[in-house]
Design a protein around this ligand. Structure first.
Ligand code: ZN
Ligand code: ZN
Length: 596
């Protein structure tokens, strides 16, 4: 699961809304007394609420993913009819929003308008140009929606099982249509779909059966549910079998579609998904420049630190080899495995204190961050992540989920702890918590727009977290300790390398050997991590660039303002104003801030 999916997934699991609490349709339909005073603003708000309502209907899965459960009973079928329906929806909405004059709207609404318009263009492009439904067999998998319903805490088990019963009806048709859609598959996505759909079968296993048995529903209902589950499993197995045959054919014929999407589609996808002011090519050039500059800095630090750690050892002549050895050595300083969660908990107040003392931005003390061990049902990925409340449940706690290392064997735990060593752990906490993701969320929740929470920009969200890592170190967090900067550079290099890798694979025919050389020999990654990254980059497109693109754009914008404003530049004001627009694309935020 990538970060974005993880955030969405965790948002759903955390959410516990009822429909009455989040549906504004009623309000929209009532005549608004203020209408005469500010007609345009009100009608824009009505239009965007209508847009959201219609969007849920067009894309019930998105509603479910956002924690809006009105349409959970619908499993939509990806047939030609549904694509035509979506295109008609896009067309209607585009006409509706073309009537608004952006200049007459409030700042907040203006960004919403831009976001809606981009979203509509993106959806149109997905259907008419990208056409993933034809070449990505992994696009079809019922696991995600059913898992939300099975594990959800938003409603009683009995009600969720009823919804599940309805949702199961379409499963055979869903997979039948799916296989018919796949006209030009890639081998890699075919294989991914096989293993992922096999995994889906486990969702409908003994645990679910026990849940059904324990539920307070009639025996007839239980029997019907079990019958439908058996039918669903048959459909999944059927799809897997078809794909396995397809896989053999693709291997034998060598005629699979390439997983590399090529420059034309890549540039477009980058423009739609990332919403950067830079083109993909421009960002790639910046990444190469940054990589070279960071390597120079790392060599400098290596020279300064070498004899402190290796008084009797000759430094290898090869710079990256020397840096690699030094990093491996100092990474042995790390917290004990049993103290991992406590250490993270202990660091949060120190970060808060630093942000306050340096006056970097205002922190709202009324929304504390709760550090907790990741709940069992959310585990599966080692690590730490922020679990924000969903857009329909803003007042819920924000959790910092940290998975204890209990389940790891000694060797895995040691390797993990060396990765998240004494210094890296601090950078991780800046990124995830303060002033990274968590702080940003608190600000974003003050920007009262459903549009911005639902259609948030992933590059802005990740870019902000990555930006804060560097900003904190520049402001003196860690007291300019050389080891901390060295680790930071390694961490930052990962984000940069992701961009170079993704671009090179899809545009420049980068081979696996070249990719591993980049990640292992130039970015100090372990072989297993590098192999995993190669695989991820062959299965996704553009998403890997989001961290770096957001970071680069925010950082460059700050430097631009600094140069322009000179002594008048105020870092705190920059941060607070930047965050006040919610999770909108950086390019839109820049537009509004430049206009001030
Ligand atoms: Zn150790
Ligand atoms: Zn992040």
């Amino acid at each position: 699961m990538n970060k974005k999916q993880q955030i969405i997934a965790t948002a759903i699991l955390a959410t516990s809304l009822t429909l009455a609490g989040c549906n504004n349709t009623e309000q929209v339909q009532q005549p608004q007394p203020q209408k005469a005073v500010e007609p345009e603003i009100l009608s824009f708000k009505q239009a965007s609420q209508q847009f959201i309502d219609d969007y849920w209907l067009t894309s019930p899965n998105s509603a479910l993913a956002m924690g809006y459960h009105k349409y959970d009973h619908i499993l939509s079928i990806s047939d030609e009819q549904s694509r035509q329906k979506t295109l008609a929806f896009i067309d209607k909405q585009q006409k509706r929003f073309a009537q608004f004059n952006a200049d007459s709207l409030s700042e907040n609404d203006r960004i919403d308008l831009l976001i809606i318009q981009s979203k509509l263009k993106q959806l149109h492009w997905y259907i008419t140009e990208e056409k993933a439904y034809q070449w990505r067999p992994d696009y079809y998998n019922i696991a995600y929606g059913f898992a939300q319903i099975i594990n959800g805490s938003y409603d009683s088990l009995e009600n969720r099982l009823k919804v599940m019963n309805q949702r199961l009806t379409n499963v055979p048709k869903y997979y039948q249509v799916a296989f018919n859609n796949i006209t030009v598959p890639t081998l890699e996505h075919t294989q991914l779909a096989i293993s992922q759909n096999q995994g889906t079968l486990a969702l409908f296993g003994d645990k679910l059966m026990a849940k059904i048995d324990s539920a307070n529903i009639s025996d007839a209902e239980k029997a019907e549910l079990k019958q439908k589950i058996a039918t669903a499993k048959t459909a999944i197995n059927g799809y897997v079998n078809q794909l396995q045959t397809l896989e053999k054919e693709l291997v034998a014929s060598g005629k699979a579609k390439s997983f590399r999407i090529g420059s034309a589609l890549y540039e477009q996808k980058f423009a739609f998904d990332i919403q950067s002011q830079y083109s993909a090519k421009q960002l790639y050039d910046k990444a190469i420049e940054d990589k070279n500059a960071i390597q120079v800095q790392m060599t400098k630090l290596t020279d300064e630190l070498w004899f402190e750690y290796f008084p009797d050892k000759i430094r290898p002549r090869n710079n990256t080899k020397a840096t690699g050895q030094l990093i491996k050595h100092i990474a042995k300083r790390h917290v004990k495995r049993e103290n991992f969660v406590d250490e993270i908990r202990a660091q949060i107040p120190a970060l808060e204190k630093f942000v306050r003392e340096k006056d970097l931005m205002t922190l709202d003390p009324s929304k504390p961050l709760v550090v907790r061990e990741t709940p069992l049902y959310q585990r599966g990925f080692a690590g730490a992540s922020i679990n924000p409340p969903g857009p329909f449940d803003k007042n819920a706690n924000t959790y910092y989920n940290v998975t204890p290392l209990d389940a790891m064997d000694e060797e895995t735990a040691e390797s993990y702890l060396r990765e998240y060593n004494h210094w890296m752990l601090q950078i991780l906490n800046i990124h995830e918590a303060i002033p990274g993701h968590y702080t940003q969320l608190v600000y974003a929740n003050q920007s009262p727009s459903l549009i911005k929470s639902i259609f948030y920009n992933g590059a802005m969200v990740e870019g902000w977290a990555v930006y804060t890592e560097r900003m904190m170190l520049e402001q003196g967090y860690g007291d300019f300790e050389k080891e901390l900067w060295l680790m930071y550079y390694k961490w930052n290099l990962r984000v940069i390398a992701n961009t170079i890798l993704d671009y090179s694979i899809h545009n420049l025919d980068m081979t696996k050997a070249q990719a591993l050389d980049l990640l292992i020999n130039q970015a100090f990654q372990e072989k297993a991590e590098a192999e995993g990254k190669w695989r991820r980059a062959t299965l996704s497109q553009v998403q890997l660039t989001s961290y770096y693109s957001g970071y680069r754009e925010i950082y460059d914008f700050r430097e631009e303002l600094k140069a322009k404003q000179g002594a008048d530049f105020d870092l705190k004001q920059f941060h607070e104003q930047f965050l006040s627009y919610g999770k909108a694309p950086v390019k839109h935020i820049k537009q509004l801030m430049r206009a001030k």
